[in-house]
Ligand binder design. Structure first.
Ligand SMILES: NC(=O)c1ccc[n+]([C@@H]2O[C@H](COP(=O)([O-])OP(=O)(O)OC[C@H]3O[C@@H](n4cnc5c(N)ncnc54)[C@H](OP(=O)(O)O)[C@@H]3O)[C@@H](O)[C@H]2O)c1
Length: 244
């Protein structure tokens, strides 16, 4: 399920949009796209693959700044979508807003990139709410806007398998992390992980559970291409090369 060959997001999106016209461009939502990997991905989808990107940002000011940067460096095919993946109301409102903007169009793909962890000084409950519950919240609300054969890319981390390796020695049932989990099972695991009150453990656990969620989502939606990738280690706030 995990791969270590750098960012495979674009491989799974296969966004060859060379023949696109503005009406039939591939439309992609990228969450947490005002910085880092999400911003770099947005630029490459537009500049190199002719896609149209809804740049997700929970903060309007940071989002607008990113949109301006994308327009100046990659192209005009971008617009801001305010979305806090950790907040039910925000995600619901964003889906309703995007539905209006799309009209009869559909999304080609959703990239659940927004994430938080130790480097952001966040607590376990925020990490879980963003990294594990966030993608589910987004999918639950945006699935009706996705093409019937669309794609969902969840951005995981090498920390996910790291979590599984860590618990192997102490938990005889560790293999449950290699299989799909129901939402109730995931919520139970979140409680166990949060009880450690350790943000590093929470980050790794959040990405392991994201993999279990992704497997369940793929099983439930056989017409969609549902994938979890790990980007490897990328310098924060630097432009990252995604295709090479
Ligand atoms: N960089 C790496 O080496 C690495 C390695 C493995 C996995 N990853 C994963 O890659 C993804 C992107 O990380 P990055 O390295 O590009 O970090 P980053 O530059 O800090 O970007 C994280 C993005 O997520 C957004 N975000 C955080 N919480 C959010 C929320 N509740 N709602 C909406 N957006 C939210 C941030 O927005 P704000 O500006 O508002 O905070 C920011 O735009 C994450 O899922 C991360 O776990 C990164």
């Amino acid at each position: 399920m995990f791969t270590y060959l750098g960012l495979l997001i674009l491989f799974y999106l296969k966004p060859s949009c060379a023949l696109s016209t503005p009406e039939n461009m591939r439309r992609i939502l990228v969450t947490g796209a005002n910085s880092g990997i999400g911003l770099a991905l947005t630029k490459q989808l537009i500049a190199d693959h002719g896609c149209y990107v809804y740049l997700g940002s929970r903060n309007a000011e940071r989002g607008m700044k990113a949109v301006e940067e994308v327009k100046a460096t990659a192209g005009e095919s971008v617009e801001l979508l305010n979305i806090d993946v950790g907040n039910d109301q925000s995600v619901k409102a964003a889906a309703s807003e995007l539905s209006k903007r799309l009209g009869d169009d559909k999304l080609y793909a959703i990239v659940n990139n927004a994430g938080t962890g130790v480097s952001h000084n966040t607590k376990p409950n925020e990490i879980m709410n963003t990294n594990t519950r966030g993608p589910k919240r987004v999918v639950d609300n945006f699935l009706p806007l996705l093409q019937s054969t669309g794609r969902i890319v969840n951005v995981g981390s090498g920390g996910g398998p790291g979590h599984v390796n860590r618990i192997k020695t102490e938990d005889p049932n560790w293999k449950r992390f290699l299989f799909p989990m129901t939402n109730d099972e995931i919520e139970k695991e979140i409680k166990i992980i949060e009880a450690n009150d350790d943000s590093s453990i929470a980050y790794r656990g959040s990405k392991a559970l994201l993999a279990c969620y992704t497997m369940a989502l793929a099983e439930e939606n056989p017409n969609l291409m549902v994938t979890i990738i790990t980007p490897g280690t990328c310098g924060l706030h630097h432009r990252v090369r995604i295709f090479e």
